[in-house]
Write a protein that binds this ligand. Structure first.
Ligand SMILES: Cc1cc2nc3c(=O)[nH]c(=O)nc-3n(C[C@H](O)[C@H](O)[C@H](O)COP(=O)(O)OP(=O)(O)OC[C@H]3O[C@@H](n4cnc5c(N)ncnc54)[C@H](O)[C@@H]3O)c2cc1C
Length: 495
């Protein structure tokens, strides 16, 4: 083995790794990003097939200022690298009994839409509901999302006392479903607002009511979609990183971290020992402790015992027709949401009554599909991979999904499928080393989940930092951008 030296190694070019690498480079560090794939972005990637372009992973894009912030920090105009549409609809909802509802990033339009379907008394409740979601978001985001929960500095401010005083009202001691049932009489509205638990791979029947704050993001802060598709988030950040002088070692799997006297000193990758001063790990925390960390390193037992978030089965379908009744984001709900999530949690037959999410990027990016055709990203939430027989499960899900969509549209969809690919939980694990193919790292099904997520800094190994969906503050593109930010800030402060 030959030896080579560097300053900060970032292990993984996921969204959090890119966010950390850019910030560290701007702070004057020599940065090398090691990525086992031939491409950057991790879950935020895409593919093309026979004239259709599909984003493989995320499709919902919130808080675009967190992407812009990285360009601005580098003294660049974000619009020269990355742009996005602001859309006038949040989502179209369909139920088995034929009920339909479209929601918007506008309180007045939402009140009108909900009133016309569920009556004015339900519609009128939205004013208070979104105001409460805003309050929860504004109170907690600066502490729970934007700062480390493992640093005394976060808590030693007068503003935290205000948050602590509000804790009984935040919904930490009840579930999202319980909180929503307190507000809405229409079970379909409870179901609709319960769905926000899936934004971090959790169950609305277990995750705390504070998750109501997620509704604030799309309904009040706006619904966005990147020009060029979600993939442009990772690709524009990669272009920026390269321009700033971040070095990428693609197709290079890190095999082991080298730790001497409780301090990171190097890593093994590509049959070489690399001498490094610090390391930011963007690899899944469970994977890192199992495969990358030397045996003598103490394992954080409670953190590693955390349940992975849910995973998903995704069908990418190129259709020979367009369906104008479908927009950018569409959901066809299951009949029994509680049963569906219980099945996901307990590894039961979730395919018997799944909620189906359909994302059609060519509504805003017409080049994603040939003329008069549609490219559909069709997703069903599933348990994380525990060795289930996916070969047997996939056809069962496919059949039920086709039945559900065809009923909602009044058209048989299967004969229209020209192009098809499938992504299963074990494929997600293989492509990103995320344990069980979890979409969002660990789930937020426990009340204290936020505090059990891995810290952005190792408390036993000097020079070792963590970012990504399985570290604080959790999964999803915006939180991963913040995770990279907190890890990089901590590293720079330690210097
Ligand atoms: C199907 C799907 C739908 C989703 N939908 C949404 C959505 O709509 N909105 C949203 O905000 N989020 C969504 N998410 C979640 C979001 O994509 C993730 O939370 C986020 O992208 C994870 O970023 P990350 O930084 O944790 O890294 P990851 O994307 O997990 O990437 C980690 C990277 O590290 C690399 N790596 C790991 N170990 C090593 C090693 N030993 N050596 C070298 N490289 C290594 C991997 O190859 C990978 O590239 C979705 C995810 C999926 C899969």
């Amino acid at each position: 083995m030959s030896t080579s030296s560097s300053t900060v190694a970032v292990v993984g070019a996921g969204i959090a790794g890119l966010s950390a690498a850019i910030r560290l480079r701007i702070a004057g560090k020599e940065v090398i990003v090691f990525e086992q794939n031939s491409y950057t972005g991790g879950k935020v990637t895409a593919f093309e097939k026979e004239g259709f372009r599909f984003d493989m992973g995320p499709s919902l894009f919130t808080l675009p200022h967190l992407v812009d912030e990285l360009f601005e920090l580098a003294g660049k105009n974000p619009r020269e690298y990355f742009n996005y549409h602001t859309h006038d609809e949040v989502c179209r909802y369909f139920w088995e009994d034929g009920t339909k509802l479209t929601l918007f990033p506008s309180i007045e339009k939402n009140v009108a839409a909900v009133s016309s379907v569920f009556g004015p008394s339900e519609g009128g409740k939205l004013f208070d509901y979104f105001e409460m979601a805003r309050r929860k978001y504004d109170l907690t985001a600066p502490f729970f999302l934007e700062k480390s929960l493992h640093s005394a500095r976060t808590f030693l401010t007068p503003k935290v006392l205000k948050v602590l005083a509000e804790i009984p009202k935040l919904g930490l001691f009840s579930t999202l479903n319980e909180e929503n049932e307190k507000v809405f009489n229409a079970p379909k509205l409870v179901q609709l607002f319960n769905r926000y638990a899936t934004y971090n791979g959790s169950s609305p029947f277990q995750t705390p009511g504070i998750m109501q704050m997620i509704t604030h993001l799309e309904h009040s802060l706006g619904t966005h979609f990147p020009v060029g598709g979600m993939h442009e988030i990772s690709q524009s950040l990669t272009r920026l990183a390269v321009e700033l002088g971040v070095r990428f070692e693609l197709d290079t799997r890190v095999e082991e971290f080298i730790i001497e006297n409780h301090e990171i000193t190097g890593l093994v990758a590509g049959e070489k020992i690399w001498t490094i001063d610090q390391l930011v790990c963007n690899s899944d925390v469970k994977y890192a402790y199992k495969h990358l960390m030397p045996k003598q390193v103490k394992r954080p037992k409670k953190t590693l015992a955390q349940e992975p978030s849910s995973s998903a089965l995704i069908f990418y379908w190129g259709l020979s027709e367009q369906f104008p009744e479908m927009d950018l984001h569409n959901i066809i709900f299951s009949e029994d949401y509680r049963e569906e999530f219980e099945n996901i949690r307990t590894n039961g037959p979730f395919w018997e009554d799944p909620t189906v999410y359909i994302h059609i990027s060519n509504r805003l990016e017409p080049g994603d599909a040939p003329e008069n055709k549609d490219c559909w990203f069709v997703m069903v939430n599933t348990p994380y991979d525990q060795g289930q027989d996916w070969e047997a499960i996939v056809p069962l899900v496919r059949e039920k999904v086709l039945e559900r969509i065809s009923k909602a549209l009044g058209t048989a969809v299967e004969p229209l499928i020209e192009v098809e690919e499938v992504l299963r939980p074990q494929d997600i694990e293989k492509r990103t080393s995320s344990v069980g193919g979890a979409l969002y790292g660990t789930s937020s099904n426990e009340r204290m989940a936020a505090f059990l997520r891995h810290s952005n800094k190792s408390n036993s190994i000097k020079g070792l930092y963590f970012c990504g969906g399985s570290a604080h503050p959790g999964g999803g593109v915006p939180l991963c951008l913040l995770s990279g930010k907190i890890a990089a800030q901590w590293l720079v402060n330690d210097d």
